[in-house]
Design a protein around this ligand. Structure first.
Ligand code: NG6
Ligand code: CA
Length: 498
């Protein structure tokens, strides 16, 4: 074992020397897809949808088999990624409405601010969903605090999600294309303005609803929340993939001569799924998979841009997702009917909204040609670790007290070590603990929404223990036969909770 790690270290040495002798630290491009599950891409087993670009990235980099988002939904997951703090430690980090205030304290060091302190130029492109302003956002003036105040030099964002108003892009704090004579108003309590809603006018909808999403209709699709005004600024759902990709690649081109960090948070494959016409019907598993095809195109564009600008060998490119998969997430878009054997969570139990592995165990690929040697890693790593790991890569300091849960797993990410975390807290409303191949799940808070009893959303009401080395699908609760281990893991979890 020792000998092997010595050998792999020795093999990596010339590359390390090369990286260190170049004057600048490597660029970092972090592509965070939305709701993409472990089984949704080819290199993780998908066959009904082809993902040649993501597969190529995996072939030239390291494909992780036990990498996690911190949470099974977007806002807490992204909060943890950005702050290096587990979201369950902080109140108010659940799924946010589109008019929520910024939930990251600008006084804290963040992933982008730490990189900025090391000389990086930083950009956030795509889905934000971490709130903006300090309450009662005025969408018609400069909106702050937001990405800039937490460390992003440039930002081009969707404020919340594709299915939440306001349906406009915000670039560096300003709504893009806003006509001042047609001001935007947003309300999550009651209807405003004269635009029809999905509830009143289902006949106007081009996408039927299965749950919620019955408020203001924008581009023929009703959303969560009410919005009036801003007609000229509304985004076009079917060009969103292209728009976000171009903003990210444009930033890369513009900043090619200085170290940069790009956080590209795609809207794909979140609902509403409106992939561009050129991807429609290109897969064998419906609209959800067509959105995966569009996502794969985005990854290909980023790779091509790095190559064209001769940045490949000086850029760490990571591809992952914010939480596990969901097929019907409120729009009856045919994705369930057209699955055709496609298994979004692969062999794992649960998905988005679930404490089981499907909730947070996701594709995670790290590529850096010339530095990372291709392979597969079973190291346990979490997105909460990006702050400490990227700080280490950039030789940046994390101020005392910031990023408290972030561990430096850079050696695992670069393939110099097979070792990741020893312990990981998973989160989906409640929390659970991973220790090696063991997973301890305390009794979880019970939801009572219309879907809470769906098999892929059931949360355990009493404690469970799984040995993932024998039972990757978390089917055999072995707590009764392993009470000592369960007690020890419960105690370890209590200690981490503090
Ligand atoms: C849920 C929405 C779902 C999605 C999710 C957030 C309903 C019925 N469901 O409340 O459609 O928007 O929030 O997804 O409204 S996430 O990926 O941003 O966490
Ligand atoms: Ca998500």
């Amino acid at each position: 074992m020792l000998r092997r790690s010595f050998l792999s270290l020795a093999a990596a040495l010339p590359a390390i020397t090369r990286a260190q002798s170049s004057r600048r630290p490597p660029n970092i491009v972090f592509i965070l897809a939305d709701d993409v599950g472990y089984g949704d891409v080819g290199c993780y087993g998908a066959t009904r949808v082809k993902t040649p670009n993501i597969d190529r990235l995996a072939a030239q980099g390291i494909r992780f088999t036990d990498a996690h988002s911190t949470s099974s939904t977007c806002t807490p997951s992204r909060y943890s990624l950005m702050t290096g703090q587990y979201a369950w430690r902080k109140k108010g980090t659940g799924i946010l409405p589109g008019d929520a205030r910024l939930i990251i304290d600008p006084a804290r060091a963040t992933l982008p601010s730490v990189l900025k302190s090391a000389g990086y130029t930083t950009a956030a492109v795509g889905k934000w969903h971490l709130g903006l302003g300090t309450g009662n956002v005025d969408w018609n003036t400069e909106i702050h605090p937001g990405p800039r105040e937490v460390g992003f030099d440039y930002s081009f964002i969707m404020p919340a999600t594709g299915d939440r108003v306001p349906c406009v892009y915000v670039e560096n704090g300003r709504v893009v294309g806003l006509d001042p004579k047609d001001p935007i108003e947003v309300n999550y309590q009651h209807k405003i303005g004269s635009e029809p809603t999905g509830k009143e006018h289902p006949e106007l909808l081009k996408m039927r609803l299965s749950e919620g999403h019955a408020d203001t209709i924008v581009n023929g699709i009703s959303r969560i929340g009410f919005m009036s005004g801003g007609k000229a600024a509304l985004w076009n759902d079917s060009t969103m993939g292209q728009t976000l990709t171009q903003k990210a690649t444009g930033f890369i081109e513009k900043n090619r001569s200085n170290p940069f960090f790009v956080y590209l948070a795609t809207h794909d494959i979140h609902v509403p799924r409106v992939p561009n016409g050129k991807f429609l019907g290109t897969t064998a598993c419906g609209l959800r998979c067509d959105a995966i095809a569009q996502l794969d195109w985005t990854v290909g564009q980023v790779m091509a841009t790095l190559k064209a600008n001769r940045l490949e060998e000086n850029t760490l490119l990571i591809f992952t997702s914010d939480n596990g998969p969901v097929v019907d997430d409120g729009y009856a878009d045919g994705s369930v009917e057209n699955l055709n054997g496609h298994a979004p969570a692969s062999r794992f139990r649960g998905g988005k909204y679930s404490i089981y592995e499907g909730g947070t165990r996701l594709p995670f690929i790290a590529s850096w040609p010339g530095r990372i040697r291709p392979g597969v890693s079973d190291a346990l790593v979490s997105q909460v670790d990006m702050t400490a790991s990227f700080a280490s890569l950039a030789s940046a300091k994390i101020p005392e007290g910031s990023a408290p849960d972030s561990q430096n797993v850079l050696p695992a990410i670069l393939g110099d070590s097979k070792q990741g975390r020893e312990l990981l807290v998973e989160h989906s409303g409640g929390i659970a603990l991973r220790q090696g191949n063991w997973k301890y799940i305390p009794a979880q808070p019970q939801a009572n929404g219309p879907r809470a009893k769906q098999p892929d959303r059931i949360q355990p009401a009493t404690p469970e223990l799984y040995d993932l080395s024998k039972d990757i699908g978390e089917r055999q609760n072995v707590i009764a036969a392993n009470t000592e281990r369960a007690d020890a893991m419960r105690a370890a979890l209590e200690k981490i909770k503090g």
